[in-house]
Design a protein around this ligand. Sequence first.
Ligand code: ADP
Ligand code: MG
Length: 237
Amino acid sequence: MQTIKLENVSKSFGDLKVLSNVNFSVESGEFVAIVGPSGCGKSTALRMIAGLEKPTTGKVMANEQIIDQPDPERTLIFQEHALFPWRTVGENVEFGLELANVAKEEREARIQAILIKVGLTDFKDYYPGQLSGGMRQRASIARALVMDPDVLLLDEPYGALDAITKLKMQNELMNLWLGSQKTMILITHDIDEAIYLADKIFVMSPRPGYIKDMIIVDLPRPRNRNGTEFIKIRERI
Ligand code: ADP
Ligand code: MG
């Protein structure tokens, strides 16, 4: 389990001040959404939590330890999903499992289970180029979920999906969260999505001089975390 904390974090790219004195913390098991206008530094903040970017000043920490490199327990799911075009869906999902030296038999079982969850069982042997944008997105979500990370960092993962697929994927994410102790940090520019899914919303706002500040909105909601479905979608057969 991981507690994520940003302490007086500032980040500049050359003369461009992107984040200024940002403070927030995410408790283990919380579902937090970060909203704010385009260019306000949301992806930059998430990339720092993923260990892909360092703050100019301040501390980005997981369990009070400075984050200075990527960790498979904190997986970033991108807006622009980057599947390997030369690998099939199954082989893409298998990638992290291979790196982690998971045995072949277990790899097969985990790939099968996750492809059922994202509705891509019939497309296991397809290449990314043969899939729709929404299917590619689901494949990249499957690739991240199959590793069973403690913390899921989601950078506008549903932007490119049609409304029905989006609802299904949101539901799947909620079910996953309800049935686990995973920490979720979701970036979205869709405030409705944030209110629908998160316990807490961090609102980042642009100010003159690129100084950003943050409003924290608490959404206390009782939720049954024993694996109960968030909403039920009845499939028409
Ligand atoms: P958001 O995700 O909220 O849309 P980003 O964090 O992607 O915003 O970007 C914030 C600002 O930082 C933007 O002006 C963007 O152009 C700039 N930026 C992001 N990454 C880099 C980088 N690696 N080099 C230079 N500028 C960057
Ligand atoms: Mg972004």
